[in-house]
Design a protein around this ligand. Structure first.
Ligand code: PLP
Length: 222
């Protein structure tokens, strides 16, 4: 199937209120344009420099989401244009994002990445660590960031019960964190679900799915 057909197929399965992020990491600009011409406007990348190069080359009404593990020293390359940073896992990174947002005279929206999977390889904060971060007094001073919710990746397994339970933990955490709402913490977004598990994620209350291979085909690396 073509990229356009894949997009059409996935969109039929998504409730209207769920945002589809087309994960275009490692894929050429021609593939992104094909999706763009089929109406897709939101794309996700996991390397800041690759995303910045694609941003320069492609139509300016594309919304770029950084979904990868964040390197603080590279935040400056995307601070002028990034729509949402999904993978924030420390206060230090929020400070760096805030600093670069000030330089660009804007507010940058972020999600905290929560470790819901049992695998060691997945990045992110525990819910306890996230709650500590949200309670941190200095967070109030970061006026150029807004934490809009949470991102999580489920364990890579065929066992749907495990995946379901992990997504449910994140949904419950989003609900319970609403009591900490402040000017720069306004949790409404739940970024969960990839090619292999997005239908379960939607059932469990995802508001944003990050889908790569089911749109663009398998990747050779990453
Ligand atoms: C690559 C990636 C995706 C998309 O994965 P697919 O299985 O190709 O849909 C989603 N989220 C993150 C964080 C990724 O790195």
């Amino acid at each position: 199937m073509s990229i356009a057909e894949n997009l059409q197929h996935i969109k039929k399965l998504l409730p209207k209120e769920v945002t589809l992020i087309a994960v275009s990491k490692t894929k050429p600009e021609s593939d992104i344009l094909e999706a763009y011409n089929a109406g897709q406007r939101v794309f996700g990348e996991n390397k800041i420099q690759e995303m910045a190069e694609k941003y320069e080359a492609l139509p300016k009404d594309i919304q770029w989401h950084m979904i990868g593990h964040l390197q603080s020293n590279k935040v400056k390359y995307m601070a002028s244009f990034v729509s949402l940073i999904h993978g924030v896992d420390s206060f230090k990174k929020l400070e760096e994002i805030n600093k670069q947002a000030i330089k660009n005279n804007r507010v940058i929206d972020c999600l905290l990445q929560i470790k819901i999977a049992s695998e060691d390889t997945k990045f992110g904060l525990s819910t306890t660590e996230a709650t500590q971060l949200l309670a941190y007094e200095n967070l109030k001073n970061l006026n150029n960031i807004c934490i809009k919710g949470f991102m999580g990746m489920a364990t890579f397994t065929d066992d749907e019960t495990i995946i379901k339970n992990e997504f449910r933990i994140l949904k419950n955490y989003l609900n319970s964190s609403k009591k900490y709402k402040t000017t720069n913490f306004n949790p409404t977004i739940l970024s969960m679900g990839m090619s292999g598990d997005y239908e379960i994620a939607i059932e469990e209350g995802s508001t944003m799915v990050r889908i790569g291979s089911s749109i663009f085909g398998t990747r050779n690396y990453n």
